[in-house]
Every structure is written in structure tokens, then in C-alpha cells.
Design a protein around this ligand. Structure first.
Ligand code: MET
Ligand SMILES: [Zn+2]
Length: 777
């Protein structure tokens, strides 16, 4: 057994897609068949190497386990699942005769193939990162199926580093898993803990052999109250798992990291009692363990997550250091850490030279945060005086930010202050339904799409050329209008009932709004991994928000001018704009949400005036921001639902307000969805095979609803029969008068060939279902 001390400063993880998204390029080129496996492996290794070198250059130690080995080709949950052989029966063939899985097997699980849907994807805690959901049943044969994490440790070792491998811990892995299809109703993946932990013991031995002195086991499952298992059961599982891991020989020291919410004394003590050597706590979202818990914890190291891993503000460094000193004064062994992995923030503020220098001085991306950790660690070793200059500089930046122009806009403040109850509600739903039926005259089971059409290479090229000034605004707008005309014509040819303009003018559904609202700035290189090779570039919401002028109206009205069918205007809702941006942390989110809502309300008014009869306000992130603690959820749902209603309730009765939410687990927030009071709601359902219908039925959901019948996350074309089947399932729980027929989400990541084929099948399936309904009537 090793007895190395825990590093004084560390981070829980680092962005892994590469500073210039090198891993994304490598993945997509491999998937396209444009590069060989060896070239892919080489590129992935290059990203890992660059990361280690960068972190060492920023001041983390090469050989003290402070650098996490947190890379993953596709997803860290998948990596851990593969390491312990959590491969569902429907993918049994990806295992070779020795029970091992290779790179292509990994991608089959992640992306599916012609016969099989991939593993389901869902949000990682309350972030916009999506992990692949392992499917575990009573028969899942856990075994070491893959040793890549150990291989990465060895690879680092060969390059002169002692890094700290990161795995999802056993309790969290099971909490985040779903029961495999066909498992008995009472089965819960956590039932398999006793079978799983021995495989972790083997993995730990491999890691030790590869040279790891510490291992990080991510157990954020311990902080969440939204995973459907009660706290006592989780603590009991934790006790059992870590007693066993602790008693294993030939293993690295155990660092259990938790993040995204308060760990709480009880869970902290459970971990400390089990003998783990270091515990990570999120002190941005949660509070430090109590003095008693610290005193009782013996010599466990507390990795105090004082630097926000989930947002980009430079923050109050002096307060962070004071927190560390306070813990230390209580007798704790303390290390400075980030509150979460830095995978949620971009690489480097220095990559954004276009940003206003003043704004830039308020920010810290991953590399700046590593710098802050190194500073705090130095303070812990050398004393506060040694870092006084850095602490003062951060304080000065925070003061500058508080008084900067635009951070407060009195006009915006006056408007939110004057809001009253009537600004949050519409006419009764039945009244609206009648008015809309008259205005729109849609058939039963109306077909539509979620908004975006494929963003072709051509669109991206033209956008680039416009951004670079190679073509003028008029030429670019002309190109976009042609694109819209093409997409409208295609939808008419396919026979869709409600038409969209296709969103070619938007590079991103949030950034587009950030660009057109005051109070935001956007980045150029600020990519953050969303899932697999997909990245988004969150905007920075730093000031009071307002809308200078109408901006979606010209596109929607142009589309409407081309067709007699209704065109659906397309906006992104306030909660999603907040969730997918880096949001100011100096006022309650609810206040910021209302500012965004008013800006959207202005746009809705203008769309209506321009003759747009259907307006969709997307809120795919509504579930994402749901607090992990039950005690905080009611307040969140109150302000988030209110902001949507504030945005939409100015609409006339005859205007049909749609909303769209993707990602499952709707049962948890169905009251809130109902509370949005949208006339029609489209949700993701194809991948989870319409599980959501049961929730809707139980809830007696009474307004328009479109559970997705076409999974747009993979290039697979669903057959007409398959869609008919899904519609049949939907009709078992949903009144035909309320059911809409649509894909799970927007089509922008898809190619035209598969999109056309899929939509053709969708329209065909709707037709058949309509005929059946007519026959049965
Ligand atoms: C992630 S939700 C996407 C909704 C958007 N209207 C689109 O179709 O792309
Ligand atoms: Zn969506």
C-alpha cells in the first residue's frame, strides 16, 4: 500500500475534447471512415499528452497525483461501465471471446448501429453534459472488460507523470444506470452492488500496477436527491462499497469526489468512517462539513471545492482562501480543489482576444482556474502573505464588475419591478383551443418538426464567409432566404402540416439570442463538450438583458409568405437561455430569467403582429436546472415556470404557443410542464420507447402533446411500421385529439438523406394512424 499524501491543490477534471476540439475532429473522421483506428488512437493520445503538459505548465505537479487522468473518447460513464463490464445483453456481441471490448464496440454502445438503438443519453446531474446510461439487469456479468484507464496511467507514467485516474464510483455508477429491459419490476441496479464492487477491486489493482498512487472515484450520486433511491439506502450502499474497497490490498489511495450540491455531514462521515483517504466536497454549491464532522474525520484530507468548476467567473479568491484556512483551523488536512470537474468550462480566456478587456478581466476559464488552484495551494503552503497580491487582484476585478455600465440597466429594472399577476397568465386553455382550431384548422395527429433542419456544410461555409467579411450581409441574407425556401418546399412536398423555417440563420439556439439581446457576449473558442463529439459554445450573460429590435420576425414572415400552411415561429425560452449560457452570479437566477422573458415577450408580440399564428418557445433545459436537493426544487420550479409564462402570456387566444423539451424523466417535473400552460408540448420519447406516455396518462395531461417518434441522435432511419407502433403506444395513453406527430428534437445535426427518408416515414405513419382512427370511430 502506498502512503503518499494528497496534493495540496488539484482539479477534479479538465476539458477533454482538446483546446481546438482535436478529439472531436479525430472522432468524426474515424466514424466517417476517413481515418484508421491507429490514427484515431494517436490523435486521442495527443490530446491527453497536451493536457498533462499544459496542466504541469500551469503549475500542477508532474508526479504528485494532482493531475487527473480524466480523458474519455466519448463519455466517462461509458468508460467506467466498460472497465467493469456493465454491458447490456442486447450488446453482448461487442465482447470478444475473452469478454473484452474494443474501440468499435465502445462506439457501438455509444452510437448504436443499424439494428440497435444506442445506450440512452441523459444529463449528468444538473449540467448540460450528457452521459450514456448503463443498462443493468439481474444477470449482468460484471468483469474487467477493458483496461484503458490503467493504460492511460501507464502512458502518462512513460511520459514522466504520475497522474490520478478518475472513475465513476460504484454507488454512483449504479444510481445513474437504468434497469435493463426485461428486468423484474422491483429490480434496481443498486441491488447489484455486492457483485460490482469486487470488479472495482480488480480495476484498482490494475491501476496500482500501472503506477497510480491515488485514484479518484466520482460519487456525486451521494449528493443528489433526484435519482429515485432514498438517502438511507444510498448511505448504506456507500458504507458497504467503501468498506470493501478500503480493505482491498494493492490499490491506490482512495479519493472520493462529490460535486454539484451539498454532501452533508452524514454522507461525509460515512465516507470518512469507511477509511477513504480524501473526500472532495463542493463548497460553491454546498457548505463545508461541520466542525464536529471534521474533528471526527481523523486524518482524511478534505479536497475543498472552493473554485467554481461550473461557471466562468473569476470569483472571490480571498473568500475561497478564507474557507480553506477556516477548515484548517478546525484541524482538517485541507487541499484546494475545484467544486466540479472543469469539463463544464472552456479552456482559456486568452483564446478570446475579441472580448472586451474589462469583461475578460472578470473571467476565469479552465486554465485560469487551474492558476487559482495553484495560487491557493501556495497560500496553504507558504501562508496568506505569499498570495496576497493575487487575492487582491481578484477582489479588485469583482469590485470593478459590480460597478460597470450595463451590469445594471435602470430601464430593465423598472420593467421587472412593475410586473403583476396578470403578466403571467393567459385565457383558459379550452377557450384558446377553440380559437386556435378555428384559426389554424389542423387535421388530427398533426405532423411537424422541432425547428431546425440539417445544418449542411454549405450553410456553415456561408456563415464562415460572412463572419470573415468575405460576403456582405445582403448576399448572406439572400443565401439564407434560398435555404428557407428550399426547406419550406421540402416540407410541403413531404406533407407536413405545420411548417418551420429551418433555423439556418442560427449557429446555436442560445447563442443566436445572446447575439441579439443586450447584456450578453459570445466567445469564439469557448467550446464545452455536450456529449460524445458534440460541443456547444455557451454565451456569457453578464449584464441586464433587453431586446433592442425584432430579429426572428423577418425569417419567420419570409417562410410564411411562401406557404399557405401555418409556419411556426421559433424562440428559445428563458430557462434554456440561462442554462446554456454562463450566467451572472451576482443576483438570483429568477430575476435574470424574468429579464430574458420580457425580451422574448417583445419578440412574440412582433411575431404575432407579423401574422405568425404558431410560436414555439423551446425549453429543453427545464429539467436540467432542477436542483438536486428536493428542498430547493419548489422555488426553482416556481421561478422557471413563471418566466416561461411571462414570456408567452402576452399572446392572443388564437395564437398557439408550443414548447419543446428534450431528455426524459418527465415524471419528475410533469406538474411544471403542465404549469407552463403551453398549448402544445413536444418531448423526447423515441429512445426511451414512449415511457413518458404513462406519466402523461397518470397526470391526465389535457393539452396538445407530441412525444417524439423519431430519435434524431443517430443517423438511423425509423421505419414506417416502427413509427406506427410508437403512435399506437402513445394513443393507448393519450387522447387522439391531443396527440401530435413529430421527431424527438431538431434535425440540425442530421444529414438530408436520412432526414427526408425519416420524415417521409413519419408523415406516412401519421396518415395510417389517422385512417385507423377514422375506422375505429
Ligand atoms: C435541443 S432542443 C432544439 C430545438 C430547436 N428548435 C431545434 O430544432 O433545433
Ligand atoms: Zn430538443
Amino acid at each position: 500500500m502506498t502512503t503518499t499524501t494528497f496534493p495540496t491543490g488539484t482539479i477534479l477534471g479538465y476539458p477533454r475534447i482538446g483546446r481546438r476540439r482535436e478529439l472531436k475532429q479525430a472522432l468524426e473522421s474515424y466514424w466517417r471512415g476517413a481515418s484508421e483506428r491507429a490514427a484515431f488512437e494517436e490523435a486521442a493520445a495527443g490530446v491527453r499528452r497536451a493536457t498533462r503538459e499544459r496542466l504541469a505548465a500551469l503549475g500542477l505537479g508532474r508526479d504528485d497525483s494532482s493531475i487527473p487522468e480524466s480523458s474519455a473518447h466519448y463519455d466517462q460513464v461509458l468508460d467506467t461501465a466498460l472497465a467493469v463490464g456493465a454491458v447490456p445483453a442486447r450488446f453482448a456481441d461487442v465482447l470478444d471471446a475473452d469478454g473484452r471490448v474494443d474501440l468499435d464496440g465502445e462506439f457501438t454502445l455509444a452510437r448504436g448501429d443499424a439494428e440497435r438503438a444506442p445506450l440512452e443519453m441523459t444529463k449528468w446531474f444538473d449540467t448540460n453534459y450528457h452521459y450514456l446510461v448503463p443498462e443493468i439487469g439481474p444477470e449482468t456479468a460484471f468483469h474487467v472488460a477493458d483496461s484503458r484507464i490503467a493504460a492511460r496511467v501507464a502512458e502518462a507514467r512513460a511520459e514522466g507523470f504520475t497522474t490520478r485516474p478518475v472513475l465513476v464510483g460504484p454507488v454512483t455508477l449504479l444510481l445513474l444506470s437504468k434497469a435493463e429491459d426485461g428486468a423484474p419490476a422491483e429490480f434496481s441496479p443498486l441491488d447489484r452492488l455486492a457483485d460490482l464492487v469486487p470488479v472495482y477491486v480488480e480495476v484498482l489493482r490494475e491501476l496500482r500496477e500501472a503506477g497510480a498512487e491515488w485514484v479518484q472515484l466520482d460519487e456525486s450520486g451521494l449528493v443528489s436527491e433526484t435519482l429515485g433511491v432514498d438517502a438511507d439506502t444510498v448511505l448504506e450502499a456507500t458504507r458497504a462499497a467503501y468498506a470493501q474497497l478500503h480493505s482491498a490490498t494493492d490499490r491506490p489511495e482512495l479519493f472520493v469526489a462529490t460535486a454539484y450540491a451539498d454532501l452533508g455531514d452524514e454522507a461525509f462521515r460515512t465516507l470518512a468512517d469507511s477509511g477513504v483517504a480524501a473526500i472532495g466536497v463542493d463548497l460553491v454549491r454546498g457548505s463545508a462539513p461541520s466542525a464536529e464532522a471534521v474533528a471526527a474525520a481523523g486524518d482524511v484530507t478534505i479536497a475543498a471545492g472552493v473554485i467554481d468548476g461550473h461557471n466562468i467567473w473569476r470569483g472571490d479568491l480571498a473568500a475561497a482562501f478564507a474557507t480553506l484556512e477556516e477548515l484548517r483551523a478546525q484541524g482538517a488536512t485541507v487541499a484546494a480543489s475545484t467544486s466540479t470537474s472543469l469539463q463544464h468550462v472552456p479552456h482559456d480566456v486568452a483564446d478570446e482576444p475579441q472580448l472586451d478587456a474589462r469583461l475578460a478581466s472578470w473571467l476565469a476559464f479552465a486554465d485560469q482556474k487551474v492558476g487559482q488552484i495553484v495560487t491557493l495551494a501556495r497560500g496553504l503552503t507558504e501562508g496568506r502573505d505569499a498570495i496576497a497580491a493575487e487575492l487582491d487582484a481578484a477582489t479588485a476585478a469583482a469590485e470593478d464588475r459590480a460597478g460597470a455600465p450595463g451590469v445594471r440597466d435602470e430601464k430593465v429594472r423598472a420593467r421587472t419591478a412593475a410586473l403583476g399577476e396578470k403578466d403571467f397568465s393567459r385565457e383558459d386553455a379550452e377557450v384558446r383551443e377553440a380559437a386556435q382550431q378555428t384559426a389554424l384548422g389542423l387535421p388530427v395527429l398533426p405532423t411537424t418538426t422541432i425547428g431546425s433542419f440539417p445544418q449542411t456544410r454549405e450553410i456553415r461555409v456561408e456563415r464562415q464567409r460572412f463572419a470573415k467579411g468575405e460576403i456582405d450581409r445582403e448576399t448572406y441574407d439572400g443565401f439564407l432566404r434560398e435555404e428557407i425556401a428550399r426547406v419550406v418546399a421540402l416540407q410541403e412536398e413531404l406533407g407536413l402540416d405545420v411548417i418551420v423555417h429551418g433555423e439556418p440563420e442560427r449557429n446555436d439556439m442560445v447563442q443566436y439570442f445572446a447575439e441579439n439581446f443586450d447584456g450578453f457576449d459570445v466567445t469564439v473558442n469557448g467550446w464545452v463538450q455536450s456529449y460524445g463529439s458534440r460541443c456547444t459554445r455557451p454565451s456569457i450573460l453578464w449584464g441586464d438583458v433587453s431586446r433592442p429590435e425584432a430579429f426572428t420576425v423577418p425569417w419567420s414572415s419570409y417562410a410564411q409568405s411562401l406557404t399557405s400552411k401555418p409556419v411556426k415561429g421559433m424562440l428559445t425560452g428563458p430557462v434554456t437561455i440561462l442554462a446554456w449560457s454562463f450566467v451572472r452570479d451576482d443576483q438570483p437566477l429568477g430575476e435574470t430569467a424574468n429579464q430574458v422573458a420580457l425580451a422574448l415577450r417583445d419578440e412574440i408580440e412582433d411575431l404575432e403582429t407579423a401574422g405568425i399564428g404558431i410560436i414555439q418557445v423551446d425549453e429543453p433545459a427545464l429539467r436540467e436546472l432542477l436542483p438536486l436537493k428536493q428542498a430547493d426544487q419548489a422555488d426553482y420550479l416556481d421561478w422557471s415556470v413563471a418566466s416561461f409564462r411571462l414570456a408567452t402570456s402576452g399572446a392572443a387566444e388564437r395564437t398557439q404557443i408550443h414548447t419543446h423539451l428534450c431528455y426524459s424523466e418527465f415524471g419528475q417535473i410533469i406538474d411544471a410542464i403542465d404549469g407552463l400552460d403551453a398549448d402544445v408540448t413536444s418531448i423526447e420519447a423515441a429512445r426511451s420507447r414512449m415511457e413518458v406516455v404513462e406519466d402523461l396518462e397518470k397526470h391526465h395531461y389535457a393539452r396538445g402533446i407530441g412525444p417524439g417518434v423519431y430519435d434524431i441522435h443517430s443517423p438511423r432511419v425509423p421505419s414506417t411500421e416502427e413509427i406506427e407502433q410508437l403512435l399506437e403506444t402513445a394513443l393507448e395513453g393519450i387522447d387522439s385529439r391531443l396527440l401530435w406527430v413529430n421527431p424527438d428534437c431538431g434535425l440540425k445535426t442530421r444529414g438530408y438523406e436520412e432526414t427526408e427518408a425519416s420524415l417521409r416515414n413519419l408523415v406516412e405513419a401519421a396518415k395510417t394512424a389517422r385512417e385507423q382512427l377514422a375506422q375505429n370511430a
